[in-house]
Design a protein around this ligand. Sequence first.
Ligand SMILES: Nc1ncnc2c1ncn2[C@@H]1O[C@H](COP(=O)(O)OP(=O)(O)OP(=O)(O)O)[C@@H](O)[C@H]1O
Length: 337
Amino acid sequence: MTSSLKIQNLNKQFKRGGLIFGTKITAVENVNIELPAGKPWIMSIVGESGSGKSTLAMMVLRLIDMTSGDIFIDEKPLSCYRHNKTEFYKKVQPIFQNPFSAFSSRRRVDAYLYSTAMKLGGAQNRTKAKVMIEEALESVGLDYQTVEGKYPNQFSGGELQRISIARALITRPSLIVADEPVAMIDASLRTNIVNLFKKIKDEYHVNFIYITHDLSTAYYVSDYIATLYRGNLIEFGNAQEVLNDPAHPYTQLLLDSVPRVGAKWEDDFVLPDMETKEYGLVGCKFANRCPYAKEVCRTKRPPSIQKSGSHMILCFKYNDYNEMTFSATDGDIIKKI
Ligand SMILES: Nc1ncnc2c1ncn2[C@@H]1O[C@H](COP(=O)(O)OP(=O)(O)OP(=O)(O)O)[C@@H](O)[C@H]1O
């Protein structure tokens, strides 16, 4: 199959502490995801704080290096863009959590839009750039006059995030990576912003990686759901399948709070030292919290099991706790019989 996104055996290790007494954590561990080309999609990456979501997003955005593995966008490895940042940002655009940090308070917002249209969008002059900007703003429900000549602090967080989205659209990217784009936005406006992703996906044929704590918005917009836990992709699949029939005990736990609008996991649900400890576990990272955990879950890394279609989980329970001769880190998938 030709793929629009392929994440292959992706790993990221961070060193923590000093040179001598420091430890390493694998913030993203052997993640494999492949999404087909052709039909645009929104993939939500969900998981509580410290599960590796932003680390994964930053690798896709080339903001940090991967330790090993590879990422392909439209079949091209990210390494292709090593010497060509412009080409990369034409293809992949970021949207960050805090729209106010994406724009300097001393620069007019329209200056950013013109700069993007002319440097990345291919506009040869300001007149052509203006047409592009008007169209992008219209797609996010804003008009040019409302934005013209204004500074970031003259907008609400929600408006400024819409402008960030419009700016991302100007380059006609193939992929937008939105890391917690609604976290700082009033709860009542979150669904509107995320619904925009859906509209833009269809209008512009752009794919989205949507990273979120906010399960209810993920619930409404996703075509695919990826659940991360301590760097492991513990469940992945078509959103309908994962949401209607979550297989991993952790995803089941998370989905208990859906569909309450604005439902979140508490950031201090897991204490930081417990987080570090879980990253270091040899078996399943969720074993200490899992009501179904057995001995094998604590001693061996669970295998990837293909439940049906694209739906996979990293869990012993779905293989009747059979010990595998190889682990998920070998990148193998066992088909559920
Ligand atoms: N530069 C870094 N150096 C060391 N450890 C890091 C670094 N960046 C992230 N980590 C660690 O990697 C793990 C995953 O962090 P990450 O920010 O990717 O999680 P997250 O799921 O995005 O969390 P949040 O929702 O809070 O942003 C955490 O334990 C974090 O402390």
